[in-house]
Design a protein around this ligand. Structure first.
Ligand SMILES: Nc1ncnc2c1ncn2[C@@H]1O[C@H](COP(=O)(O)OP(=O)(O)O)[C@@H](O)[C@H]1O
Ligand SMILES: Nc1ccn([C@@H]2O[C@H](COP(=O)(O)OP(=O)(O)O)[C@@H](O)[C@H]2O)c(=O)n1
Length: 210
C-alpha cells in the first residue's frame, strides 16, 4: 500500500504522514528532507542557490547529511530548499531515490509537494493537507521557538507566503492537488483530530478499492 501526502509548508503533512506510517505499519519518507539536505550542503560549502548547475552538483552530497542535524529544520535552509527545488535538474536528481523508497514491499508513506502527481501517481491513497497561511505561520513559529531558534510571526508569515508562491508557480512539478487526492484542511483541527481524519480517509479509500 502506497500513501502520498502532499501540501504546503507547515500544513501538518509530516505529522500526518508519520502517524499514517505508524498506524498502517509502513516506512515513511519526508521528501522535504532531501531538498533541505541539498540546501544545507550548499549553505555549508558556499554553493550559489541561483545556480542550477551548483544545486545539481550538491545533490551528490545528500547521503552525507545527518538526517538528525537540527540545522536542516532552520528557516534559512528551508528558504534555500524552496529556491533550489524549482530546478528541473535537482528534481530529476532526487527522483530515483524517492521512487525506490515508494516501490518497496509492503508499501510506504511519502510526504512532500509532488508525491501524488509525479513521484507516485499510482499511489493507493492520496491526501492533500492544507491550512490557512496564518495558521501555518503560527505553527511554524511555535515549532521554531520550541527548537530554540529565533522566530517572528510576521517574518514567518512572509516566508510561508513566498514559499507557497514559488511552490505553486514553478514549472517543474508545482504544488497542486492531484485530481484523485482527498483534501484535508487542518486549519480548525487539533493534531489528534487531523490524524483521525486522515486515517479515516485512507481507510475509506482502501474499502472502496476492495
Ligand atoms: N493540526 C494541527 N494543529 C496544531 N499544530 C499542528 C497540527 N499539525 C501539525 N502541527 C504542528 O505544526 C508544526 C508543523 O507541522 P509539520 O507536520 O511538520 O508540517 P509540514 O510537514 O507540513 O511542514 C509542527 O510543530 C506540528 O507539531
Ligand atoms: N517533494 C517535495 C518536497 C519538498 N520540496 C521543497 O522543499 C522545501 C522544503 O520542504 P519541507 O517539506 O521540508 O518544508 P516544510 O513544508 O516543512 O516547510 C519546500 O519549500 C519545497 O519547495 C519540493 O519541492 N518537493
Amino acid at each position: 500500500m502506497l500513501i502520498a501526502v502532499d501540501g504546503p509548508a507547515a500544513s501538518g503533512k509530516g505529522t500526518i504522514a508519520r502517524a499514517l506510517a505508524k498506524h498502517f505499519g509502513l516506512p515513511h519518507m519526508d521528501t522535504g528532507m532531501l531538498y533541505r539536505s541539498v540546501a544545507l550542503t550548499m549553505f555549508r560549502f558556499g554553493g550559489d542557490p541561483a545556480s542550477e548547475f551548483e544545486a545539481v552538483r550538491a545533490c551528490e552530497g545528500v547521503a552525507q547529511i545527518d538526517p538528525t542535524d537540527p540545522e536542516l529544520r532552520s528557516e534559512v535552509v528551508g528558504s534555500i530548499a524552496s529556491r533550489i527545488s524549482t530546478y528541473a535538474g535537482v528534481r530529476a536528481a532526487l527522483l530515483e531515490r524517492q521512487r525506490n523508497f515508494a516501490s518497496q514491499a509492503p508499501g510506504a508513506v511519502l510526504d512532500g509537494r509532488d508525491i501524488g502527481t509525479v513521484v507516485a501517481p499510482n499511489a493507493t491513497a492520496k491526501l492533500f493537507v492544507t491550512a490557512s497561511p496564518e495558521v501555518r505561520a503560527r505553527r511554524r513559529a511555535a515549532e521554531l521557538l520550541a527548537r530554540g531558534m529565533p522566530a517572528h510571526l510576521e517574518d514567518v508569515l512572509i516566508d510561508i507566503r513566498a514559499r507557497d508562491d514559488r511552490d505553486t508557480h514553478r514549472d517543474a512539478a508545482p504544488l497542486v492537488q492531484a485530481a484523485d487526492a482527498d483534501l484535508l484542511d487542518t486549519s480548525d483541527m487539533e493534531i489528534d483530530e487531523a490524524i483521525a481524519a486522515a486515517i479515516e480517509l485512507v481507510e475509506r479509500k482502501i474499502a472502496a478499492l476492495a
